[in-house]
Design a protein around this ligand. Structure first.
Ligand SMILES: Cc1cc2nc3c(=O)[nH]c(=O)nc-3n(C[C@H](O)[C@H](O)[C@H](O)COP(=O)(O)O)c2cc1C
Length: 341
């Protein structure tokens, strides 16, 4: 399959609560291109969810993984982070937080499960999968997509042979997907980033960040994007299984409530500000994925208890543009109105 044969409206991959077969399949079945954010799924779960997507739609879909990132275990910093979580555990009625036994899934095993699931696109974020890996995946018939937050990352990904690059602007919800320098060093807005990547690269650029309606889609096309990847707007789609507290927080948030924080994961990410992001603003935290694993019990308990103060409320700056709860198909249709064939 060629990239140009895929729909122009992509649902951006979203790991976590939004990684749902029903949502991905609904997007694919309604003329969009759905992607599964599989970063936090075990290899066995990737196989199950992909099979579930296939049972629900005959259309092609994508799977996204986090590239492995080098990190050094720092028990002292981790213990300090756990001590910050302790009062919130108490507030939620949880036992005191402890060092996680496991910090992340095995990337190679996740990739093997992804390959076995035969998506049309395998996309990567937070790194360059490298020329050898990209060539091997392309030889097996996959389209390979990378993610850039600055031109230098796009050039590296292109040199590794990817079929397309997602240009992830500053507005985007969730983790910053860059991998060169510091995340703060590449906070480039979608409006500025997309045309610079289009000019610098000889491969298609997919615009992501702040696109939430037909106007954003039209703007991205005018900037030279070959497709758009929309994340946040799909969080409120009927098929997205967000916990009620997360959903309610998204419905209540104003534009100025959006913040960049390392508080929940150790890696810079955009979401709605809450008690945890405010309390840990500017704090020195251990590197990703240590806090991500350490804060998981708190986040899961908070989602169950309906307390949005302790949930990572990932969402982008364009969140207030899309309050309407509606089927994903309606959102795909609304977005598609912005793309000129
Ligand atoms: C809840 C959430 C989870 C996300 N998880 C991932 C992920 O697993 N992989 C990835 O490449 N991007 C992830 N992102 C970023 C999106 O793929 C995309 O870049 C972003 O949503 C686009 O901006 P928008 O949110 O303004 O539409 C996530 C975004 C959100 C809101």
């Amino acid at each position: 399959m060629r990239l140009s044969e895929l729909p122009r409206i992509w649902m951006a991959p979203m790991a976590g609560e939004a990684a749902s077969a029903a949502l991905v399949a609904a997007v694919c079945s309604s003329g969009g291109f759905g992607q599964l954010g599989a970063a936090y799924l075990s290899p066995a779960r990737i196989a199950e969810v992909a099979a579930d997507i296939r049972a629900r739609t005959t259309q092609p879909f994508g799977i996204n993984l986090f590239c492995p990132q080098p990190w050094v275990r720092d028990d002292e910093a981790l213990d300090d982070y756990l001590s910050r979580l302790a009062p919130w555990h108490t507030a939620l009625g949880l036992a005191a937080p402890t060092r996680p036994e496991r910090f992340e899934e095995d990337f190679e095993a996740q990739l093997a499960a992804t390959v076995a699931a035969r998506p049309a696109v395998i996309s990567f974020v937070m790194g360059d999968p490298g020329a050898a890996r990209v060539a091997a995946l392309k030889a097996q018939g996959f389209l390979v997509v990378g993610t850039a937050t600055q031109v230098a990352e796009g050039l590296l990904l292109q040199a590794s042979g990817v079929d397309a690059v997602v240009a992830q602007g500053y507005e985007a919800g969730g983790h910053r997907g860059g991998f060169l320098g510091t995340a703060e060093g590449a906070l480039i807005g979608t409006m500025a980033l997309v045309p610079q990547l289009v000019d610098a690269l000889g491969i298609p650029v997919i615009a992501a960040g702040g696109i939430a309606d037909a106007r954003g889609v039209a703007a991205a096309q005018a900037l030279g994007a070959s497709a758009v990847a929309v994340g946040t707007a799909f969080l409120l789609a009927d098929e997205c299984p967000l916990s009620p507290a997360y959903r309610a927080a998204l419905l209540a948030a104003r534009d100025a409530d959006s913040t960049l924080t390392r508080a929940f994961s150790g890696r810079l990410a955009r979401g709605v500000a809450n008690r945890v992001t405010r309390a840990l603003e500017g704090a020195d935290l251990p590197a990703f994925p240590q806090p991500n694993a350490a804060s998981r019990p708190m986040r899961q308990a908070a989602a169950k208890a309906g307390d949005a103060d302790f949930i990572s409320l990932w969402a982008g700056q364009a969140l207030p543009l899309n309050r309407a709860g509606r089927p994903a198909a309606d959102l795909v249709a609304a977005l598609a109105k912005g793309w000129r064939p």
